[in-house]
Design a protein around this ligand. Structure first.
Ligand code: VGL
Ligand code: ZN
Length: 318
């Protein structure tokens, strides 16, 4: 059984955060899209007391990103980040936390830093993660998150040491790169230790479905099957759905009963650039396949510009 391990996708590691990782926000939609493929999803949270020994601010004469010692270990001193209970320690607002089964917190001990989700930097204490994984029958961990050259790397190295088949998904990670080339070095180091790299290819476009009636379909046709019409004042949101089954249910149950709209239910299919949809999240509004995007009316024009190919009718209910 395989587990997705999401490392430290917290506000302070996003652009604008206290210890910002360039492009850190870009991994969020990628990670969200990976979650449904795993039976178990665990996230780590860097969770420091306000006077943690890894913070430059905890000393009078230490600058951020300077090297020194914490206890007997080499330490890079960091800007104050991920303080317990502070907003910077919260998960990224768009991360699908509903899909996370368990959160492992680390870095609470002020005397030692803790990059890995498994053990602190001295190997003095375990977070209990190994036992949790073993008890659940996990044999394989797939690691994503921030930062590739610190917490992601050390988590991956410990995962290998503790006997898990370990994959890193580089497309769903970003590095701090305190020194140029750190991310490449980290990847080499992980590979050497036995971490496998897993390429994922995100589709360039995502297929969406929309149940519709005669009137709206006429407007789509008038656009050359290229555009959805602007919303009416009483329709603030456009709701494309993510699977044909849900669209068919709506078209057959509802559109066929709408006598003012021809009493015909059509199911349409169209492709939208995945990059455009990354700004939104999939909303589940009932059963597990009742999933849809909520596109605000003012964004429909922009969505239309991101439609690739034509809008097609694939089913018809009378
Ligand atoms: C991290 C530096 C300090 C990380 C955490 O999540 O990679 N880096 N604390
Ligand atoms: Zn930290």
């Amino acid at each position: 059984m395989k587990c997705l391990l999401i490392i430290d996708i917290q506000n302070d590691f996003l652009p604008g955060g206290a210890l910002a990782v360039a492009g850190g926000d870009e991994v969020v939609p990628v990670v969200n899209s990976l979650m449904p493929e795993y039976e178990l999803v665990i996230a780590t949270q860097d969770w420091h007391p306000a006077d943690h020994g890894s913070f430059a601010e905890s000393y009078d004469d230490v600058e951020s990103f300077e090297m020194g010692k914490l206890g007997e270990l080499d330490q890079c001193f960091w800007p104050t980040h991920c303080v317990q209970g502070a907003e910077g320690a919260e998960f990224a607002p768009d991360l699908n936390t509903g899909g996370i089964k368990m959160v492992v917190r680390k870095g609470q001990d002020r005397g030692v830093d803790s990059y890995s989700g498994f053990y602190d930097n001295g190997g003095y204490h375990s977070t209990g993660l190994t036992e949790i994984l073993l008890r659940r029958g996990v044999t394989e961990v797939h690691i994503v998150g921030l930062a590739l050259d610190y917490c992601v790397k050390f988590t991956a190295l410990d995962a290998v040491k503790d006997g898990f088949k370990t994959y890193l998904i580089p497309e769903a990670c970003r590095a701090v790169n305190v020194n140029e080339g750190d991310s490449l070095k980290a990847i080499e180091e992980m590979k050497e230790a036995g971490v496998r790299m897993k390429e994922i290819t995100r589709p360039v476009t995502t297929t969406l479905y929309r149940p519709t009636g005669v009137n709206e379909l006429a407007k789509v046709e008038a656009s050359g099957w290229k555009k959805w019409p602007a919303r009416l004042p009483e329709q603030p949101i456009f709701y494309p759905v993510t699977n044909e089954q849900y669209a068919s249910e709506i078209a057959s149950r509802w559109n066929t009963k709408d006598k003012t709209n021809g009493a015909i239910g059509y199911v349409t299919e169209f492709e939208v650039k995945t990059e455009f949809l990354d700004k939104y999240q999939v909303e589940c509004v009932g059963a597990s396949h009742h999933t849809e995007y909520w596109i605000p009316a003012e964004d429909v024009d922009e969505m239309n510009k991101n439609i690739v190919g034509m809008i097609r009718v694939i089913e018809e209910f009378r």
